[in-house]
Design a protein around this ligand. Structure first.
Ligand SMILES: NC(=O)c1ccc[n+]([C@@H]2O[C@H](COP(=O)([O-])OP(=O)(O)OC[C@H]3O[C@@H](n4cnc5c(N)ncnc54)[C@H](OP(=O)(O)O)[C@@H]3O)[C@@H](O)[C@H]2O)c1
Length: 396
């Protein structure tokens, strides 16, 4: 049996490259980075290859390939040719951090919309990739980074949901373990967490230290025993953005990459593990998940049913700006969230049937580009007026 495991990373942006780089530092595997720019992807792959060699990982296969996800047939050909065992999707038309590159006041206005209204920018590239997976006849386990909490349930209707997501709630778990261990007076690796939380809550926990108007589920185990009642949970969560704060922004995507690897490594190494992941089996939001022989099983806190865990996540979904994801994949957006994009970008979509997603993504991209120009022109105008005022004052 050929025991070289093959992992394809599709999407050569910040997160994709981080994960690809880490995956190359492990034996018995071949990793391939797929981007859409030949030169940039070749350079990124070579950088990883040289770093792995420098650190003594000489038996790792490292390669690259090029495709544009808009070309499903070409992507399918790439997938069929490489035949990955595991496929990691890290492509997006507009990652979460892009609005943070706007001037501060514009960023803050858009930030108030939360994440839901931007869904098409994550959903469409994943949908294209999954169409390619099907066209290639691939049986790879597909793991996706792009807003799995909402992308997977929407795509499930078309049979296109990746198997599991990464990050979001998982990014908070190490901080919770460390904070709980400090309170219990033990080592972090003696503490296990069972967290049920939507992207909205995950995002809020590290910034505000609570779940806000949304529900969440959390239980703590110490050496296998439930010790949740022994810990002041609200106090612990409040300390996450305080004493237990961590680097955020793009540099903070090191945490997301680690969360991705917590799912990918067991799949690559064919070992069982307990992880946290959004969007397992097309479900809304995030859950503790057992990986068992390459399959996934929900592992909610003791005493919590699957329905209760889902209801917790639906409460987070609404706060994220999505009222409902219907069984046919139609997404209904919250008026308050969408109202922000309507006001700022002139983009207004209260209900999105799945076949409309591609057109909606194109529309957001165009309106966002125009918005960026308007904001920049407005700021340039403000700066010119300020310079004129200052030079006028000097003359006086
Ligand atoms: N789950 C989590 O905890 C978590 C945390 C962080 C990020 N994320 C998500 O992960 C995704 C990637 O994030 P990132 O920060 O790495 O974003 P990024 O740096 O912007 O990378 C996105 C990549 O997608 C590629 N792409 C866009 N359109 C494409 C197309 N038509 N064909 C092929 N590739 C295409 C881009 O290619 P080019 O380089 O050619 O433009 C880019 O390399 C986003 O959805 C982000 O929101 C999730």
């Amino acid at each position: 049996m050929n025991d070289i495991r093959k992992i394809m990373v599709l999407g050569a942006g910040d997160l994709g490259r981080r994960v690809f780089h880490e995956l190359a530092h492990g034996g018995g595997r071949h990793v391939q980075l797929v981007g859409r720019d030949e030169d940039a992807t070749l350079r990124a792959a070579n950088l990883t290859r040289y770093c792995a060699l420098q650190r003594g990982y000489a038996d790792v296969g490292v390669s690259h390939a090029v495709t544009d996800l808009a070309d499903v047939a070409r992507t399918a050909e790439r997938i069929a040719r490489f035949a990955p065992d595991v496929l990691f999707l890290a492509a997006s038309y507009q990652s979460w951090w892009v609005i943070s590159t706007l001037p501060k006041d514009a960023f803050e206005r858009l930030y108030a919309a939360n994440y839901g209204p931007w869904l098409p920018m994550h959903l469409v590239p994943v949908m294209k990739a999954m169409e390619a997976v099907r066209m290639a006849g691939s049986d790879a386990t597909v793991v996706n980074a792009a807003y799995p909490d909402a992308v997977h349930p929407a795509l499930a209707a078309a049979g296109l949901a990746p198997h599991i997501g990464i990050g979001n709630l998982a990014n908070n778990v190490p901080g919770i373990r460390v904070a709980a261990a400090d309170e219990l007076g033990c080592a972090p690796d003696e503490v296990e967490v069972r967290l049920v939380a939507h992207h909205y809550v995950s995002h809020r926990l590290s910034r505000r230290g609570d779940s806000g108007p949304a529900a969440m589920g959390l239980s703590l185990l110490w050496e296998g025993r439930d010790v949740t009642a022994k810990v002041d949970i609200a106090g612990l969560l409040r300390r996450l953005p305080g004493r237990y704060r961590r680097t955020g922004g793009l540099a903070g995507q090191a945490m997301t990459a680690a969360s991705a690897l917590s799912v990918l490594e067991p799949l690559v190494e064919r070992r069982d593990a307990v992880v946290h992941a959004p969007g397992p089996m097309g479900m809304i939001g995030g859950y503790p998940v057992a990986i068992e022989s390459g399959r996934f099983r929900l592992l909610p806190p003791d005493g919590m049913t699957r329905e209760e865990a889902l209801a917790i996540n639906v409460s987070g979904q609404v706060q994220d700006g999505i009222t409902e994801i219907r069984a046919d994949g139609t997404v209904v957006f919250e008026d308050a969230s969408m109202g922000v994009l309507a006001e700022e970008l002139g983009y207004d979509c209260r209900e999105m049937p799945l076949p409309d997603a591609e057109g909606r993504a194109r529309e957001i991209a165009e309106r966002f580009a125009a918005y960026r120009e308007r904001v920049a022109a407005g700021n340039a105008g403000k700066a010119t007026r300020l310079i004129l005022r200052i030079s006028g004052a000097r003359r006086r």
